[in-house]
Ligand binder design. Structure first.
Ligand SMILES: [Zn+2]
Length: 195
């Protein structure tokens, strides 16, 4: 065998030809097979008999299913990561109030910037603010109208609308003055423009 196939036989599996060996030893092939099988049984060689079906050689070790060397920790980490991604995607699409752009920025680990002002949630918020402003504008109008004549001092007004954000109220009054809906009278009180 060593003469025919060389020293590599000691370190690697070599494809042999039973028929060539049989010719070399001038015996028939079944005898060669028998001899090799005997050597195999005596642990002298590892002999895999020639088969007539196509053979497949795995280049990496194969494991039985129950003893698979699975890295459970790594598997769980990946699973968790995948779950987090899915949850972030759900949050992105279903969040009822947050700016979508800011959600995206947070997802990609960026520091969320200003609200974009154009996504559906931003538009929803804008509409809500507009509706609230319109409602307060009407209330201010009604309140000033009640006191028409002497008018309402800005202090009284601020006191009456204490629940409303002071800046928003100041801006609203500025707008109402600019649009000449209300005016200051000579006493420095706000009155309705009835003209
Ligand atoms: Zn937005």
């Amino acid at each position: 065998m060593l003469r025919v196939y060389g020293g590599e036989l000691f370190t690697d599996f070599i494809t042999i030809s039973e028929s060539t060996l049989a010719r070399t030893f001038m015996i028939n092939q079944s005898e060669i097979e028998q001899l090799l099988t005997q050597l195999h049984q005596r642990n002298v060689v590892i002999y895999e008999k020639q088969k007539d079906k196509p053979q497949l050689t795995f280049l990496t070790p194969r494991f039985d299913a129950p003893s698979l060397p699975v890295n459970v920790q790594e598997l769980n980490r990946r699973k968790e990561l995948a779950m987090r991604k899915v949850q972030a995607a759900i949050l992105y699409t279903e969040h009822p109030t947050q700016c979508r752009t800011r959600l995206l920025q947070a997802y990609f680990g960026e520091k969320p910037g200003e609200a974009c002002g154009i996504c559906d949630n931003c538009l929803k918020k804008k509409k809500a603010v507009e509706a609230a402003t319109t409602a307060i504008r009407e209330q201010v109008r009604d309140y000033v109208a009640l006191a028409n004549g002497p008018g309402v001092s800005p202090k009284q007004l601020a006191h009456h609308f204490a629940q409303t954000d002071a800046d928003s109220l100041a801006q609203l009054l500025k707008l109402m003055l600019a649009e000449d809906e209300i005016r200051y009278n000579k006493n420095g009180n706000l009155t309705l423009n009835l003209g």
